[in-house]
Design a protein around this ligand. Structure first.
Ligand code: G6P
Length: 504
């Protein structure tokens, strides 16, 4: 079908479903719970509580076909220049899969294997050393992925190292991270793709001095000369490449801290889980493809239902960092209002991603999810088998997870409007059999592919982030003014500078 006819059909479905209610959709189709669910390895996903039906999904599938989503996924893993504004491929899949065809993907995969081999050597030598604590210094993609995974996989950590994270340029974070640590028993990893990030260089210099030199300093960077000039021994610099986006990089040596926490076996299992999802994303037909389904639902919620935000609600404390990680993955990738071809997308793009771990979050912002004026679609993530023996707690956790998805979807009528729940709040519910390196790898790769698929549907580049540059430049200009050297900033900033200077 031609593009325009498809868009018309999309709008027709939107109009038809504008008044549709999730409980009615569920009641109308007894097979819905099964037909709206997909399983890929350890990841089960139910879309039964989305405000969508089979004919709409068929149109969305046609839309996916129209934008050649399958070919686009293939182009991604084969190393096509999907990052057009920077003239680069985005080959994060080559870090964990050998799916990519052709020379570019093949070389990337070989380079990734060689780097992993070197990383394994450094992990082994550190395990044999007297080092007890490791501080990961990085920000954005050089922090959020490792931070999430190290915390999520703490049941797979043998406790050989305590791993700490420092990202913020706020000196308070580094001060508290180092408090109580022994410099003679601490190693630091400076993780920076560019090795030009202000926060990481300032914190790195502090920690280098605190360590008393570069002996236990490690670096991961695509800018090896800069890391060496900073004082890191070349033998302790692991490579990264311009073909890996920062927010897609935890599978590279950026995951050094992960490998120290869960061992190389754990790291390899994480990669294997992601590789399984890569193969599914590229090979599964459109209508049975989990990341594509997830992406189509995201676009439906944003553009047909006009929902401006998206909640991420892991019902597992170990996944408490998942909302922050997904904020970068989704919002840096899709936070664009210009298509790759320079045109306006003509529709809303990125939603605001936010969230928190259940059940804790139920006692803070869930009131607004249930009765607020904005409808917030949610991704719930639950884990069937816990890694602890407190069965009573886990049953309560799962009961709450199921109850929240049900009550948000169905609502509740009451005579008293204060006690009425409007319901019709859409959600997707993921279940992992267990939270393991393998299942976590699969889940995170699912989100990566969904984000890429959304970018293809919207025609935007998921792999650049020009929007973060302006603030960095202005901060650079304001730095001397803050020290009293010259003037910078607009009228409001100057007044604020004056206020700060007067009270220092
Ligand atoms: O790894 P680095 O080069 O230090 O970059 C760290 C982060 O900073 C940048 O501002 C980007 O917004 C992020 O995408 C990136 O992950």
């Amino acid at each position: 079908m031609a593009g325009e006819a498809l868009v018309r059909q999309f709008l027709d479905h939107a109009e038809r479903l504008a008044g549709a209610r999730i409980p009615d959709l569920v009641a109308e189709d007894p097979a819905r719970a099964a037909s709206m669910a997909l399983r890929v390895g350890p990841v089960y996903a139910s879309f039964a509580r989305q405000r969508i039906d089979a004919p709409t999904l068929a149109t969305l599938g046609e839309l996916a076909g129209h934008v050649r989503l399958s070919l686009a996924l293939r182009a991604l893993v084969d190393g096509a220049e999907v990052n057009a504004s920077e003239g680069r491929p985005a080959l994060h899949t080559a870090l964990r899969s050998d799916l990519g065809r052709g020379e570019v993907a093949g070389r990337a995969h070989a380079d990734a294997l060689a780097a992993r081999e070197r990383m394994a050597g450094l992990v082994a030598s550190l395990r044999e050393s007297g080092v007890t604590d490791v501080v990961n210094i990085g920000i954005g993609g050089s922090d959020l992925g490792p931070r999430l995974v190290v915390d999520a996989l703490k049941d797979f950590n043998d406790g050989r190292f305590r791993v700490h994270f420092v990202s913020n340029v706020d000196g308070s974070e580094v001060q508290h991270a180092l408090r109580g640590l022994d410099p003679a028993r601490t190693a630091a990893i400076l993780v920076s793709k560019s090795f030009g990030t202000q926060e990481t260089l300032l914190n790195g210099a502090l920690v280098r001095d605190w360590l008393g030199g570069g002996e236990r300093l490690y670096a991961v960077s695509a800018n090896v000369p800069a890391a060496e000039a900073f004082g890191v021994d070349p033998a302790r610099v692991l490579p990264m490449w311009d073909w890996v986006g920062g927010r897609y990089s935890l599978w590279s040596a950026v995951g050094f801290a992960i490998a120290l926490a869960v061992g190389m076996d754990g790291f390899e299992a994480l990669l294997a889980g992601a590789a399984g999802m890569d193969a599914h994303a590229v090979e599964a037909p459109l209508d049975a493809n989990l990341p594509i389904r997830h992406a189509l639902v995201a676009v439906w919620n944003r553009n047909a239902l006009g929902l401006p935000t998206q909640a991420v609600l892991p019902y597992d404390q170990r996944l408490a960092h998942l909302p922050a990680y997904l904020q970068q993955l989704v919002m840096e990738s899709l936070g664009k209002s210009v298509r790759s071809d320079g045109r306006a997308p003509g529709v809303a793009t990125v939603p605001v991603v936010w969230g928190g771990a259940g059940t804790t979050a139920q006692h803070s912002f869930f009131q607004a999810l249930h009765q607020g004026t904005d409808v917030v679609p949610a991704d719930f993530i639950g884990v069937v088998r816990p890694a602890h023996g407190y069965r009573g707690n886990h049953d309560a956790l799962l009961a709450n997870l199921l109850a929240q998805a049900e009550s948000l979807g169905n609502g509740h009528a009451a005579d008293d409007p204060q006690k009425t729940y409007p319901g019709n709040r859409p959600s997707t519910l993921f279940l992992l059999d267990e939270l393991t390196p393998h299942s976590l790898g699969a889940l995170l790769a699912m989100y990566e592919h969904s984000v890429y698929a959304q970018s293809v549907l919207w025609g935007i580049n998921a792999f650049d982030q020009w929007g973060v540059e302006l603030g960095k430049r202005i901060a650079g200009e304001l730095l001397p003014a803050l020290r009293g050297e010259g003037e910078a900033g607009d009228v409001v900033t100057r007044a604020l500078l004056e206020e700060i200077r007067a009270r220092r």
